[in-house]
Design a binder for this molecule. Sequence first.
Ligand code: PEP
Ligand code: MG
Length: 540
Amino acid sequence: MVTISGKSVFGGVSIGKLLFYKRSEKVIKRTHVDNVDDEWARFQKAKDTAVSQLKELYEKALDDVGEANAMIFEIHQMMLEDLDYLESIENIIRTQEVNAEYAVAATADNFAKMFAAMDDAYMQGRAADVRDVSERVLDILCGVSKGMKEMDEPCIIAADDLAPSETVQLDKSKVLGFATMFGSSNSHTAILARTMNIPAVIGMGEALLQEYDGKDAIIDGFTGTLYIDPDEETMKAMQEKRARDLEQKALLETLKGKENVTKSGQKINVYANIGNVSDLGAVLKNDAGGIGLFRSEFLYLENSDFPTEEQQFAVYKQVAESMAGKKVIIRTLDIGADKQVDYFGLDKEENPALGYRAIRICLTRPEIFKTQLRALYRAAVFGNLSIMFPMIISVKEVLKIKEIIAEVKEELTSEGIPFKDDVELGIMIETPAAVMVSRELAKEVDFFSVGTNDLTQYTLAIDRQNSKLDEFYDPHHPAVLAMIKMAADNAHAEGAWIGICGELGADLELTEEFLKMGLDELSVSPSMVLPLRKRIRECE
Ligand code: PEP
Ligand code: MG
């Protein structure tokens, strides 16, 4: 088995034979011509034919990939009418007294190099377009027909790069995926692959060899990997991944835009958990109603020093803006226990899960906490942001947090820095202590979010990290469920809302029970949003 990595431009898994895209072979020679007027006229005629071919392609693309994507073939027509482009060709024919083929090839080369050297990624992508239109004219001048041999069976198309016109001309029903050596994710081929919902990996470089033509292959468009002659184990894993993906896509088709509502009309919010801005795409793709848990500590874990206020502000703002008014709940840092960061200089502890972690660090090292709060209050201006605090055990802690928030707001005000004043505040219910005093806690906050991973650990006195205890770690334990119910009742009694952001929220066996408890929200990994929506819609 050969494994080649590239850049993914569209997710999905496809399995099939690899087929190298074959172009018509033509050799462009530089030859002397006596009559430059005739040669210029010969070029113009070829160019006009190319323009009318592009008009036809535009019509085909309009049907296949929609107006926005078909536009590229209008742009190609304009490129062929571009005065600089035409002037260059005419100038080469007339001054060098050479054939039109040579003039077109030379001009295409010069223009493509010029585009490729530009700073702007979009303009760099145009290098492929100018080559594409010029190839078309050259084919006409040389009298060769464009395209590739008929495909008998659906294949994964391999190529050095694929021009948009080549991509759109392929018989879509026979294309399982694209694998290319070069190309940019901004190229229209990449855009078309996305629009056509075809798994595609580009930029594999010289590792993608012609000799793989005809071999069995798998494209994993999620990781940007191409497997040639896959072994049994990889094949099995990829088949499963493909089945899951297809199931997910089918769900997406039927459930996208639908409400999370039971048969009897009970509604519940379904949000997604993220650890990073790179997860945002999955959140939007899976149609989550918001972000129920942004584990902000990943920002600290990825850094070699404390992330600055500006760094954090930029990330929170991006998340808030990208979610365009949908709720985004950011949890303040939950460092400690299994999430250790050297630069925090934390001591080694006997019982880290019961130790110096999360809000305990924030309340005793307020300089770290304040930096994060400043960034959060500033970013809240840019969307619908809520803040949530982890590992709470007492009302006293919440009051202390509020004091620190008041200081942060005062400082921002005196510095004249814009921030949102009335940010929704919540706490995580992760400890039995928090459950037991949840009625009092609910008076102080807007919402609860139950962290069932920790709540199970602390309720059952079972280390969630210890795999030896897996058979004892039972999040369905009646004690855990009773804790959730108690917190829900107390939240509602005080007018607060309550959700679950621990793994249990995605446990479809419990969905009905959570609905009965009257939970207002479930926040799950992005890929679980639609299966959960499906389950909710099946419940009475
Ligand atoms: C939890 O404890 O359930 C939770 C969501 O937080 P984390 O898993 O990050 O500890
Ligand atoms: Mg937790």
